[in-house]
Design a protein around this ligand. Structure first.
Ligand code: NAD
Length: 437
């Protein structure tokens, strides 16, 4: 059992905190956002993540999980400090590292005994070395501190499960002592199945970017294939399914859609491209994936415009799904943002519905209507555009929808609505890369 501080209690920090407490450690999650910590102490969970509430309350009740705004004290009392603050994209595409370095400053002010300083935030390759050099100005490596890079691979929407049953845990460090301590904090995983890989700090930092970029590349690739399918009369689902049967390709991340969003892929691709540029090494596949994604997001708006006779001006459009993917309230870089902007720019009106993310989106768009009931959002709409693959959208009551809608246009950017039913009910519809029935 180790005493651990997680600095940053967002999607990654909170899940890491509860996960490590579930593994038997004593964990304090800290954050500069005092409201967030107060709410957590009242049992309110600031994000939506399936299974999170239950596992938090279990670990709080058994005395292994704490929330605190006292970052200094928590650092002093812990042996392992895990940094999980945001690394958003800055204006020039680089990762904005101000939050990470402000945590390093707090650590240098409070390092009172040997500690492992571990970065879980996604950080540019070379960051670990910069941190080690800052710490070395004041402290002795190996005796006062050791540095570890331990990137996180969880997916929002299944984050708890991903953390508790990971495919791999990367521990990047030059210190054997730190490596063994890190193995210890992940002990239950280490005993059953050993998903732990020991690497150098730089390799670990690179694994995270290379993995995210590859997945994003796969999405951009299948989206471009889908677009070509539409032109040549092929069906992208059959194509993706057959491609996925090839073990070298795998079926994962071959779902065409409205372009990837979220807090990771867009910024991580740009950051990796920016790192490569810094070293004057063009990474053309990466830049192409970024551009293809931008095109895909734009294309969805044009698809909608083309579908509706007379265009979007003055039309009421029901936008179903606001989060960047199902099972999360996260709307960062969501394709729905591009879609809503497009509709507004064309003079249309948005009736938005999301089972969880209405509140998050209302911070971006205060001027559109939000509905808590999907059928109220759809009532009197001229068209529907489905943006997120929420399960409840798979079983929409299309007969009822046909009756309550004003128009009969449906754009399904996730290819989840039954085309046969759409056809038989005489909807005018479109989707991404499928042969229409
Ligand atoms: P987030 O924005 O949800 O949370 C970051 C938290 O850090 C916020 O609560 C913020 O208040 C807090 N914070 C900022 N500065 C602080 C400071 N100096 N001291 C204490 N707290 C501070 O971010 P996130 O989505 O959890 O992502 C965190 C990191 O993990 C990023 O680098 C991200 O790229 C990476 N990551 C994210 C995911 C994901 O799915 N969200 C997956 C893997 C990796």
């Amino acid at each position: 059992m180790k005493k651990i501080t997680i600095v940053g209690s967002g999607y990654v920090g909170l899940v890491t905190g509860v996960g490590l407490s579930e593994f038997g450690n004593r964990v304090t999650c800290v954050d500069i956002d005092n409201n967030k910590i107060s709410e957590l102490n009242l049992g309110k969970i600031p994000i939506y993540e399936p299974g999170l509430e239950e596992i938090i309350s279990r670990n709080v009740n058994n005395g292994r999980l704490y929330f605190s705004s006292d970052i200094s004290l928590s650092i002093k009392e812990s042996e392992v400090i895990i940094i999980a603050v945001g690394t958003p994209q800055s204006e020039n595409g680089d990762a904005d590292m101000q939050y990470v370095f402000s945590v390093i400053k707090s650590i240098t002010e409070n390092l009172n005994s040997y500690k492992i300083i571990c970065t879980k935030s996604t950080v540019p390759i070379g960051t670990g070395n910069k941190i080690i050099n800052i710490l070395k100005n004041k402290f002795q490596e190996n005796s006062d501190f050791d540095y570890v890079s331990n990137p996180e691979f969880l997916r929002e929407g299944s984050a708890v499960k991903d953390f508790l049953w990971p495919d791999r845990i990367i521990i990047g460090t030059s210190s054997q002592k730190a490596f063994h301590i890190m193995c210890d904090i992940y002990r239950p995983l280490y005993i059953n199945k050993n998903p732990i890989k020991h690497t150098s700090v730089e390799t670990s930092e690179m694994i995270k970017y290379a993995s995210n970029s590859f997945l994003a590349l796969k999405i951009s690739y299948i989206n471009e294939i889908a677009n070509l399918c539409e032109i040549v009369g092929a069906d992208v689902h059959d194509v993706a399914n057959a491609m996925g049967k090839d073990g070298r390709i795998s079926e994962k991340f071959l779902h065409p859609g409205p372009g990837f969003g979220g807090s990771c892929f867009p910024k991580d691709l740009k950051a990796l491209s920016s790192i490569a540029n810094e070293y004057k090494l063009p990474m053309e596949t990466l830049d192409a994936a970024i551009q293809a994604n931008k095109n895909q997001k734009e294309k969805m708006g044009y698809k909608l415009e083309k579908l509706i006779a007379g265009g979007i001006n003055n039309k009421n459009i029901a936008v179903l799904g606001l989060s960047f993917k199902a099972n999360t309230d996260d709307v960062r870089e969501s394709s729905s943002i591009d879609m809503i902007n497009f509709i507004l720019s064309r003079g249309g009106y948005v009736k938005a519905y999301d089972p969880i993310a209405n509140e998050s989106m209302s911070k971006i768009f205060g001027n559109i209507s939000y509905f808590d009931d999907i059928y109220e959002a759809i009532a009197d709409a001229d068209a529907i555009v489905l943006m997120t693959e929420w399960n409840e959208f798979r079983s929409l009551d299309l007969k009822r929808i046909k009756k309550i809608m004003k128009g009969n246009y449906i754009l399904d950017t996730r290819n989840i609505i039954n085309m046969k039913e759409l056809s038989s009910l005489k909807f005018v519809y479109d989707n991404v890369g499928r042969i229409k029935i």
